[in-house]
Design a binder for this molecule. Structure first.
Ligand SMILES: NC(=O)c1ccc[n+]([C@@H]2O[C@H](COP(=O)([O-])OP(=O)(O)OC[C@H]3O[C@@H](n4cnc5c(N)ncnc54)[C@H](OP(=O)(O)O)[C@@H]3O)[C@@H](O)[C@H]2O)c1
Length: 336
């Protein structure tokens, strides 16, 4: 299957190229970056099995290739309808097609949605929740990195989500590669993050409505609010999220035995006995989401960790690409 990556010069685009090096069934045929246009991939430190030249963003995209958009939201809004019209299978890493409420989208993204009709056909790309739909999809919206670190662990709580009482409080800390500021915001530079730690976008992060829309999928009645507080870590990659959740009854050990059992065949979910075991270095450069729980009476503390550039972006995109193309979803991510 041929693959074109638009925005291949960015963090997530380059990460995807590195993952595809090990994939026997995908062949990258087209990469774009205006900044690096004309240079070879290898000149920019990206090693692929053949040398590719970066094209300009507006250059024609090879017909019949699966397209991955690793571009800003507003660029995806503009490109997506055109690419779907041309019949490409499409994975969008931006946030342009994740929210089904147009007003909330406008409020959190500061953009007017120009092709909201496509929300009827897009599939949200968390395989652990929507695997069957992804297999038949032409258009997958890859989730946000923080959103994956919150939605997937909450989803594993399964029926217990019905017993959540009140708001779910989540404190997340991300390395700078996922903190969504990167070069454009001086607050995210090395000198402002090294030896520093702070919250940002408190109660206003664009992934909060995404969490609220998807984390309770399959929990018919409960729709708790998620109080999400992102923090900026003096590290490059990885997100660690700490949840505090109240329940309407005391929890018991058996509540969690069933959960581990239910998700035991998920290739990228790992449960740990102790929350203290969850740490960035176990998930960096992997597609795993690590999760652990501890409760005291009716209060649960859950901790999760993932790599924002892999399970939070390019790795999950590759999992989705595998599913969309009928390959083993683990291919290129762990030995199969
Ligand atoms: N970083 C993460 O952890 C993460 C996780 C999940 C999702 N995402 C989302 O994934 C997308 C890409 O993120 P990133 O971190 O890789 O961003 P990035 O490092 O800033 O890279 C953005 C890429 O988009 C390209 N681009 C800019 N304007 C364009 C245009 N008009 N047409 C086509 N391409 C254009 C850039 O081109 P040049 O190479 O010419 O600069 C660059 O290659 C964003 O929507 C982001 O929110 C990021």
């Amino acid at each position: 299957m041929n693959v074109s990556i638009i925005g291949a010069g960015g963090l997530t685009g380059k990460e995807l190229i590195s993952l595809l090096v090990h994939h026997p069934d995908f062949e990258i045929v087209h990469t774009t970056s205006n900044k690096s246009a004309g240079s070879n991939l290898s000149d920019t430190g990206v090693r692929y099995r053949k040398d590719l030249v970066f094209h300009k963003h507006e250059d024609p995209i090879p017909k019949d290739s699966l397209v991955v958009l690793a571009v800003p939201n507003e660029v995806s809004l503009e490109l997506t309808p055109k690419l779907l019209e041309k019949g490409h299978k499409l994975i969008d890493l931006s946030g342009a097609y994740r929210l089904h409420d147009k007003e909330i989208f406008g409020k959190f993204y500061g953009l007017t949605h120009s092709s909201f009709d496509l929300m009827k056909q897009v599939v949200f790309g968390i395989p652990e929740i929507f695997r069957d739909r992804i297999k038949n999809a032409n258009f997958v919206s890859n989730p946000g990195c923080y959103a994956t670190s919150v939605i997937t662990p909450l989803f594993t709580l399964s029926e217990l989500r019905q017993n959540i009482s009140g708001n779910v409080i989540v404190n997340s800390a991300s390395g700078v590669s996922g903190a969504g500021g990167r070069t454009e915001d001086i607050g995210f530079t090395f000198t402002n993050t090294y030896e520093n730690f702070r919250a940002y976008k408190v109660l206003s992060h664009q992934h909060q409505p995404e969490m609220e829309e998807y984390a309770f999928t399959g929990a018919s009645t409960n729709r708790s609010k998620i109080i999400f507080i992102p923090h900026l870590l003096p590290a490059y990659r990885g997100i660690l999220s700490t949840f505090v959740i109240h329940f309407d009854r005391p929890l018991e050990k058996q509540d969690f035995d069933g959960i581990r059992q239910k998700f035991r065949n998920e290739p990228f979910i790992r449960f740990y006995d102790n929350p203290e075991e969850i740490e960035l270095k176990k998930v960096q450069n992997t597609n795993f989401v690590d999760i652990s729980f501890r409760f005291s009476s009716d209060v649960l503390v859950m901790i999760s960790a993932l790599d924002n550039l892999v399970k939070g972006a390019a790795g999950q995109a590759l999992q989705n690409m595998n599913l969309m193309c009928g390959f083993d979803e683990r291919k290129g991510l762990i030995p199969v």
